[in-house]
Ligand binder design. Structure first.
Ligand code: ZN
Ligand code: ZN
Length: 237
């Protein structure tokens, strides 16, 4: 199983465009988040040899522009594409998916998308005082579970708690994505790293909105098990 990083703030080389937002492709067919702009996502997909026709579903972590930016172009190019969202997403988002003939699937429960690939379903979160529901992706491989997050507005530890509760007997191999710790106190970040260790998380790949300080603390503590996320990178899990 592999994760192709389609969009982030860093890149492997100049073939891959960067910006604000996040997007990965799992098992060559499940798209998780779509970055800030269609042109950037489509260019990077082309550079990685990924065609829209190979997508079987799109999972949107949460209803923020830097995660939904490329979605509308994808839906315009492929009708009846399954879009996994949360019940608490805005009416505007839901109507737009429907208008482009996407097949919206909303759940607050863990939902199997394909063999060994699951959406966590809605987890309660908050952003700048507003309700901001979010879901993560869980992928099972021989190494254990990999959890991919968009911004982790509910809190990265809370998200991992839901994964732990549902998949109680399986090891968490990798946690990758936005951890939303920009501006967080170092002591808080250290507590979060300790929580990762308690949960048995083997590898960590904070990127996007995790913040420079959180990335550097995770890098120091995880050493060889720190995963550097860059657009264009293929991560084996
Ligand atoms: Zn974000
Ligand atoms: Zn966000």
């Amino acid at each position: 199983m592999e994760i192709k990083v389609l969009f982030d703030k860093l890149n492997l080389d100049e073939r891959f465009l960067t910006g604000w937002g996040f997007s990965v492709l799992v098992d060559d067919c499940i798209l998780f988040d779509t970055g800030e702009k269609p042109s950037l996502l489509l260019k990077n997909m082309e550079s990685m040899g990924v065609d829209i026709s190979s997508l079987t579903a799109v999972v949107i972590s949460h209803d923020h522009w830097d995660h939904t930016g490329g979605l509308w172009e994808i839906l315009s190019s492929k009708e009846r594409l399954k879009v996994y969202g949360c019940p608490g997403f805005s009416a505007g988002f839901k109507n737009k998916v429907g208008g482009l003939k996407g097949e919206l699937i909303e759940s607050d429960k863990v939902t199997e998308i394909a063999k060994d690939i699951y959406a966590t379903g809605e987890i309660t979160g908050e952003y700048e005082g507003q309700y901001m529901p979010e879901q993560a992706l869980v992928v099972r491989s021989d190494n254990g579970l990999s959890v991919i997050t968009g911004c982790a507005h509910p809190g990265i530890v809370k998200i991992l708690g839901k994964v732990r509760e549902t998949f109680s007997t399986e090891d968490i191999y990798l946690v990758l994505g936005g951890f939303h710790l920009m501006g967080s106190d170092r002591r808080m970040i250290n507590v979060i790293v300790d929580e990762f260790r308690k949960l048995g998380v083997k590898k960590a790949g904070p990127c996007h909105c995790s913040g420079d300080e959180a990335e550097s603390i995770f890098r120091d503590k995880y050493k060889d098990d720190f995963v550097q996320v860059k657009a264009g990178e293929i991560i084996q899990i």
